[in-house]
Design a protein around this ligand. Sequence first.
Ligand code: BG6
Length: 469
Amino acid sequence: MTAEKKFPEGFLWGGATAANQCEGAWDVDGKGPSVIDALTCSRDFSERFAGVGDYYPSHEGIDFYHHYKEDIALFAEMGFKIYRLSIAWTRIFPQGDESEPNEAGLAFYDNVFAEMAKYGIEPLVTISHFEMPQYLVDHYGGWRNRKLIGFFERYATTLFERYQGKVNYWLTFNEINMATFLPQISIGSKAEAGESQEEIMYQALHHQFVASALATKAARAIDPENRIGCMIAYAPVYPLSAKPEDVWAAQRKEEEKLFFSDVHARGYYPPSKLAYFATKGINVTFEQGDEEILAAHKVDFISFSYYASSAASFAQSGVPGEGNALMGEKNPYLAESEWGWQVDPLGLRVALNTFHSRYQLPLMVVENGLGAVDEIVDGKIHDGYRISYLRDHVKAMRDAIVLDGVELIAYTSWGCIDLVSAGTGEMAKRYGYIHVDRNNDGSGSFDRLKKDSFHWYKKVIESNGSDLE
Ligand code: BG6
């Protein structure tokens, strides 16, 4: 029997954004400042955090706050079945510790969901995408403080109640493993003198795991139709050579990433992590009941971002890699983007198989794409390089579904409309099918323009992935 080279009926095609990278309106209608709002724009991370420069890209983003109708109409024109967006925690609870939510913030997302419903676009909502309230960092020390579990639970419950019947798919924390790479924006906690940053990080993460499980519990209690997933930044790690030590190094790095999906999907810490804690003398406080909470409220599906793969050697003898998370060493067999991210479509098939064979849960690829500089020539953008990247990755997903039996239910490519880069704050690093007239220095009209990839993706969706030319 020959398998048909097709995506399953009802496959959810779409795109993804995050509030802090597109909404703008950072202090409008009662919104409070989030950790991202203090960051400037620079390819040098430490400069962004030190506030070098006077341009804060999240303050205006691409002004989705005032353009959402136009943008959603464009998504609908491409045929989106699903749109992944995040809710800004600081629109709903401006400080994070209030007992009552901000009505204007809730109303904004009512309007966004109503607009999506007009076109039959299913929302996939990230509850926290690098948008924690700055107040929780300044006054509570971020996620190392157990009180944040309760604040997050209240925030998530408010969303489940308000958007019941409008939203069915939820992700708790964007790229929860980013804490190891970008602690400032994902856990908001740092070690004091004499403390171990690693121990603080794992304690903060433990609180996020418990918060995620409690949110899952609340979502199900409020509406049994709710489906909750975790979200992992994932890049398969290949051994740099066939040397057993390199294979070992790669496997260890791989386990570091999968630890995060293990806790969400299996409901407990893997023995390898507990052994690691014991060896390093890391103490993570579990309160009574935590183990039961993790075990009782596991996720319904796994979602992950995939941009590139990475390599590892025991001696760390390779060239350091670039990428969105925990990138190891460069793979000499792969080409790379202008930002040094290595392009590896087969790596996506590897990733899908890894998650599928480990958990046998439905999967979503919720971020994937090529960040590139686009040029407007005679009012058009011929982004064949982006089409070619996406085409190869869509083929890899198709192979994983058809040839490997992977249960993949959705694909939301990253930055379906150009937006601010999370890593650098740049606008010049564009992922979209839709161009936005906005530059690194904050100039630009916010006008939207369809790229060649817009028309290509429309055909892909129309043909349910059969026509990729
Ligand atoms: C992921 C994030 O790490 O990568 C997104 O979830 C981010 O927020 C994306 O935008 C791409 O990274 P960058 O740095 O190119 O924006």
